[in-house]
Design a protein around this ligand. Structure first.
Ligand code: IMP
Length: 209
């Protein structure tokens, strides 16, 4: 039986980044820079995007990473992430990206944020959080997952043109700026993705990358 802890990624190894989202791809490339891996995107390889049918971030990250690893015959890393609002009992959660889909199939996160705002109404509970689950998969089916979360509050109107997705309406705890206003380096230090990456990085260091 293949075991995750025996898997290694070494400097110069190729790693497929199983995302078609340019915003995520550039954040992931920044976070993985210290490992000197050769990153190839699933888009570049023409790999199809599997349907995200899981009911948790971990299930969706796993199915995306496994599909890419099997399709490319290389190790693959996928991320599944989203925002949750306490007043909406954690919604949209795994459906975060769906809230941005327009009738023509394109995505607009201004629309998604307005939808969230409308559903939140006058709720007094402003708590919100981003979650990120990373899955590292190998072509033979071995998978490991790493989950990170950042807590904060939602704000309206949205502020800032940096970042992507719901960044302009999220203020992390202990900060004044939204993720959309913040220096990217600051976001990368405290974000849900950074926390999941810290766990992955510890694993890569232990595994030899
Ligand atoms: P998925 O992981 O591709 O299903 O998409 C999750 C969605 O969550 C993204 O399209 C973004 O809208 C949102 N999201 C995930 N991470 C972030 C973030 O760091 N900032 C803002 N929005 C995010």
């Amino acid at each position: 039986m293949a075991r995750a802890e025996h898997r290694r990624l070494r400097r110069g190894d190729r790693l497929v980044i199983a995302t078609h989202n340019a915003g995520k791809l550039s954040e992931i490339a920044d976070l993985l820079a210290p490992f000197d891996l050769v990153l190839v995107s699933a888009g570049e390889l023409g790999l199809p995007e599997p349907a995200e049918t899981g009911s948790s971030f971990a299930e969706n990250a796993t199915l995306k990473a496994l599909a890419a690893a099997r399709g490319a015959g290389l190790p693959a890393l996928a991320d599944d992430s989203g925002i949750g609002f306490a007043a909406l009992k954690g919604a949209p959660g795994v459906h975060t990206a769906d809230w941005a889909v327009l009738p023509d199939g394109s995505r607009d996160f201004g629309v998604a944020m307005a939808l969230a705002r409308a559903r939140l109404g006058e709720a007094a509970d402003k708590r919100a959080w981003f979650t990120c689950c990373l899955a590292l998969a190998w072509p033979d089916g071995v998978v490991e997952t790493f989950e990170g979360r950042v807590d904060g509050q939602w704000t309206w109107p949205p502020r800032g043109a940096r970042g992507f997705g719901y960044d302009p309406m999220f203020v992390p705890d202990g900060e004044r700026e939204t993720f959309g206003e913040m220096e990217p380096a600051r976001k990368h230090a405290i974000s849900h993705r950074a926390r999941a990456f810290a766990l992955l990085s510890a694993r890569l260091r232990q595994g030899g990358a």
